[in-house]
Design a protein around this ligand. Sequence first.
Ligand code: EPS
Length: 376
Amino acid sequence: MGKIRFLTAGESHGPALMVILEGIPAGLPLVKAEIDRDLARRQQGFGRGGRMVIEKDEVEIISGLRRGLTLGTPVGLLVRNRDWENWKEVMAAEPGGPEAKPVTTPRPGHADLSGALKFGFQDIRNVIERASARETAARVAAAAIVKKLLLTFGIDVYSRVVQVGAVCDHSEFHPPKGYEVIENSRLRCLSATEEAKMVDLINQARENGDTLGGIFEVKSTGLPVGLGTYTQWDLRLDGLLAQALMSIPGVKGVEIGEGFRLASLFGSKAHDEIFHGPEKGFYRKTNRAGGLEAGITNGQSLIIRAAMKPISTLGQPLTTVDIISRKPAAAVKERSDVCAVPAAGIVGEAMAAFVLADAFLEKFGGDSIAEIKSRL
Ligand code: EPS
């Protein structure tokens, strides 16, 4: 990504998360409430744990904005961790103070063991804190600005949950129809019937000290033809989107359009035939490609699905080995979520938006919103 760049910092139980976002043109209208709205959306979803009762994420805008308009300068954002109050000693930056009990029993599936071995830590707390999905709050804060930029040019990016455990919602989704249902759903799910089954499954997992994963979908509408390119491997938009989505904690698979299902079809059933009409110009009647052909947007809606594995902190811990004694042990039992697929969907919106905005600015970019409008 060359036009839009961002870096986050912050530990899960440190004082705050921060992010610096670069590449936003001058003159984009923005208010804090627009960022807070997405922060709140990320915190929701049936299956979240005790931490979300403590936090009420809210952004502090440090730079890049003046009187409701972006300045074209780096945007600095801060999201404070309320839980910091309870972790001040354990997470103190200064040396001294009472020693916290080290975490020594790595959770299978988490960064714990590989992280401790990689950095030579004797306390897995040093890994947990930054590997935590808490970091995604900073991404979502920055992406709220990027999404506003895209929306200014008619591009919308929106997520929903289509699977929790083995319960699937097969309902058809044509944005923006259904937004209200999804926003009001406990699991960001379009089908109330499937949502109820998913809730039951999450309750069952919670009772058993177990966790669940699932699949979320990100759809983007209003994309112009020609974002991304086939000319180099690292410029293909499908590859960039897959990387961005795979960077979300817990995500183990990403597909575009019909994705893996296409592999089982004959070519005659797999592709989207092309038509032309006086009003529509070139058009297709199907969208199995999910809006991308050869790494270029084709004017259809972009459809991405990402599979999230079950959360690796289990109430009934799995077997592991203590990194100090090297004896068998039960994995550490941190307070955690049972299912966080709806939250991951909001992070999915964020990551897709970064890539799409970058490609959009690559093609139509300028220093100000007015300049981009004239180019578009
Ligand atoms: C997380 C563990 C839990 C989650 C956290 C991700 O936090 P804690 O250890 O404080 O209970 O709540 O997610 C968030 C804090 C968040 O904002 O999404 C983990 O280990 O990844």
